[in-house]
Design a protein around this ligand. Structure first.
Ligand code: SAH
Ligand code: SF4
Ligand code: F3S
Length: 584
């Protein structure tokens, strides 16, 4: 009864009728006189007539209403729920289970898709066995990523068949990049998949699921030039809830010759800054302590809806860099956005990924250096150390330009942590090219590396024009060599942190031992330390940890004290040497 009141009030406003029980009686029947109704009517008969006559809803059925509005707009009270039960796309408390693969963009997309479904009355479950709908948010970046999904689909279709035997229907949906890449081919190959939705089609999910519920197989893989889901507040769902990914743009215009992303995610577009800032303010109010701004090429961010032009445009790219598309001019740039984001909460860490080496302005570097809460950590994907291969990859820079950029970054942000992506065995890569990549790894010394064997993707420039001529075992051997060199360099870098004090954002109990806690330092490196239980340490706390042990992948140490980010600042990992910090 409670939630029907606003509807009644709305009716009153629209029809200028005060809806009371009295009015309801008086307006409920308009029956021509018959023999039967000429005689006086008893109160029981009246009640019976009333029960079988038109209802309150019959009167308002054709009245316009705004679905799921939540607030008072222009003095009109809007309903908080649809009071008509005939929304064809309603979820009816059906339970959805999400499984996410691929990059951080997919983590954020899962939150967007969930936000859309939650508004339609779906529930979320973390148990596939409890689910009415299973949605896989997929990745197509390499053949192996897709193979993982095909294997998973085998299990899920078997589950679906078992469930249909016990009359507990299960719907399966493929979302994201693989849906976009394979389109109907996927539906043809996997007969038990019910729904396909590409990265720009998540708003359509309730309709697609409703069609699937009616027994149809439904698909929407249209790419958009504008969709940024700016008005959809993602429901962040990280286990500890203290870190969140925030998409600032979608798509990619770079067309690196090996990469499928421009084909699966479409043209590059930036989400309006106002929507990004609002989301981060909400996250900050909810106690989130770290945001990572996401995009395939964050430093080409441009909010063209912002009139404001905050600084001089770079006249052209620095020496050794080139681009395949014309940079946008005017609007709000990445440096401006980062500046605004970092001012929201001085106790909230800010990271971003990935910037492209080819448009990395000094302004962004200076801002990182100046602001205490922007992490001194940069992911700078190199892909190869050979200028010849970089050219074939259409990366838009040479080895020398990349190394100049690294030197510039280190000059402006001393002690910065660097990470990178590399591909081994790209088309035409010789042993000499490979040696150059190894030497780049040694020269730059990354803290973290993501290394991949090249996987040819249909539709890409490399697929049409180049030969995938490096044998699989050579790609694999080169990958192992890269891994060995990377680990050796990272181990040396991390060992130099022994004896230093690091500022750690606590994530929770360590996976390996319930007696230990884990968190991350400014450089995004995992740090493990015993839970002393003397002072309670909770996820989302900042603590100072003295480092006593290091490997290529993690650090260990012991807690010195609680602290806050604003009192210490995100000083680069390498700078906390010895006991020089004032420890409270
Ligand atoms: N936009 C990001 C990359 C996203 S894809 C950037 O430019 O940094 C993540 C990484 O996957 C890439 O950096 C690249 O190293 C790797 N990758 C992309 N396509 C690949 C392919 N066809 N084979 C192997 N690795 C690939
Ligand atoms: Fe792919 Fe290159 Fe775009 Fe990154 S920048 S997503 S590697 S095309
Ligand atoms: Fe994969 Fe798509 Fe991300 S292909 S890496 S999920 S953008």
């Amino acid at each position: 009864m409670k939630n029907i009141r606003p509807s009644m009030y709305k009716l009153h406003k629209q029809w200028l009728v005060k809806v009371t029980p009295k009015h309801r009686h008086s307006c409920s029947v308009s029956v021509p006189p018959t023999e039967d109704n000429k005689r006086p009517i008893s109160s029981t008969e009246f009640k019976n007539k009333l029960a079988t006559g038109p209802t309150f809803q019959d009167f308002i059925k054709n009245a316009p209403f705004k679905e799921n509005a939540t607030e008072v707009h222009e003095g009109r009270f809007e309903d908080t729920q649809s009071y008509l039960p005939d929304d064809p796309y309603i979820g009816n408390s059906r339970k959805v289970y999400f499984e996410t693969y691929g990059c951080q963009m997919n983590v954020n997309d899962t939150e967007i898709a969930w936000s859309i479904l939650q508004k339609k009355g779906y529930l979320r479950t973390s148990e596939p066995s409890q689910a009415d709908v299973i949605l896989l948010v997929t990745c197509s970046i390499r053949e192996k990523a897709e193979q993982t999904i095909w294997n998973r689909l085998k299990h899920l279709t078997a589950l679906k068949m078992r469930r249909s035997k016990v009359n507990a229907p299960l719907k399966i949906g493929i979302l994201g990049c693989m849906a976009e890449r394979l389109k109907t081919e996927l539906l043809e190959r996997e007969k038990l998949v019910d729904v396909l939705a590409g990265p720009d089609a998540y708003r359509d999910l309730p309709r697609l699921l409703a069609l699937a519920d009616g027994g149809q197989r439904a698909s929407n893989v249209l790419l958009s030039l504008e969709e940024t889901y700016a008005d959809v507040m993602p429901v962040h769902h990280t286990p500890q809830g203290h870190s969140a990914y925030v998409s600032i743009m979608r798509g990619c215009d770079n067309m690196c010759s090996y990469c499928i992303v421009p084909f699966t995610r479409g043209r590059e577009r930036s989400r309006p800054a106002s929507s990004i800032l609002e989301e981060i303010r909400i996250l900050s109010d909810q106690g989130v302590k770290e945001v990572t701004l996401l995009g395939q090429n964050v430093n080409s961010y441009r909010d063209m809806s912002e009139e404001q032009f905050c600084g001089p445009e770079p006249v052209h790219l620095s020496r050794g860099f080139s681009t395949v598309y014309r940079a946008r001019r005017g609007g709000l740039r990445f440096a401006d956005l980062l500046d605004r984001v970092s001012q929201i909460n001085p106790d909230m860490r800010v990271r971003f990924t990935s910037p492209h080496p080819k448009d990395f302005p000094d302004e962004v570097l200076q801002l990182i250096q100046e602001r205490g809460n922007i992490c001194k950590q940069i992911h700078l994907p190199a892909q190869s150390g050979s200028s010849r291969v970089l050219q074939a990859m259409r990366r838009g820079y040479t080895r020398e330009a990349y190394l100049d950029l690294v030197a510039n970054i280190r000059k402006i942000i001393p002690g910065v942590s660097l990470s990178s992506d590399f591909i081994t065995g790209f088309c035409g890569e010789t042993e000499e090219d490979h040696q150059q990549t190894l030497s780049l790894l040694r020269e730059v010394r990354y803290n973290v590396g993501f290394l991949f064997a090249y996987s040819m993707r249909k539709k890409t420039h490399a697929f049409h024009r180049l030969q995938d001529d490096v044998p699989a075992e050579v790609k694999q051997r080169r990958l192992e060599e890269l891994t060995t060199v990377f680990r050796g360099e990272a181990a040396k870098l991390n060992a130099s942190l022994i004896g230093s004090t690091q500022l750690i954002l606590v994530e929770g109990v360590s996976k390996r031992s319930a007696q230990e806690l884990c968190g991350r330092n400014d450089g995004n490196l995992k740090v493990i330390f015993p839970d002393t239980h003397t002072v309670p340490i909770r996820p989302g706390d900042y603590v100072l940890v003295k480092i006593t042990w290091a490997s290529s992948q993690s650090l260990r140490g012991h807690v010195l004290s609680h602290t806050s980010l604003s009192s210490v600042g995100n000083t680069p990992s390498q700078a906390y040497q010895g006991e020089q910090l004032a420890v409270r």
